[in-house]
Design a protein around this ligand. Structure first.
Ligand SMILES: [Zn+2]
Ligand SMILES: [Zn+2]
Ligand SMILES: [Zn+2]
Length: 156
């Protein structure tokens, strides 16, 4: 699967597919994609950009969906737990998953200028990390690669 985010693509389809996948998976698992959770995911999907919890909370507040920090933290916990969104530690921000439904250790390329994020192809870095770990007798349990740089737009 290609990294999604930097190259041109049919983005309205991208949003729609991710929301549909989230709806389906929630009903399969018997968990609720409440209006706040769904709207948070939708905001994250708007443009493949990392957003902080407070940016998200500002939007929810404008729309009358909630104004207290626990509202957004609970929604983000839900979305990350179920793999619909990921946290980028370096940015302390969140991004919608580009491959919802596949279980994966996410790896990212993110732009330090505009915070656009592309999720790297599934498995792109795990094998390398596991080899490195094995070589020193280390057991890798979680591999998360965050590559910082400039996206094609900001580079220009
Ligand atoms: Zn898109
Ligand atoms: Zn993902
Ligand atoms: Zn950029």
């Amino acid at each position: 699967m290609d990294p999604v985010g930097f190259h041109k693509h049919d983005h309205s389809k991208c949003i729609q597919e991710c929301l549909t996948a989230a709806d389906e998976q929630c009903s399969d698992k018997g968990v609720r994609l409440t209006p706040v959770r769904r709207r948070t995911l939708e905001i994250l999907l708007q443009d493949h950009r990392a957003l902080g919890a407070y940016d998200l909370l500002d939007k929810l507040r404008e729309e009358g969906l909630g104004s207290q920090p626990p509202v957004i933290y609970r929604a983000l916990d839900f979305l990350t737990e179920h793999g619909f969104a990921h946290k980028i530690e370096r940015l302390n921000a969140f991004v919608a998953c580009s491959h919802p439904g596949e279980s994966h250790a996410p790896s990212f390329l993110f732009c330090r200028e505009c915070s656009t994020v592309a999720e790297a192809a599934h498995g792109a870095f795990e094998a390398i990390a596991e080899d490195q770990a094995k070589a020193v007798g280390f057991v890798a349990e979680r591999v998360m690669v965050e590559i910082e740089g400039l996206c094609p737009d900001c580079r220009g």
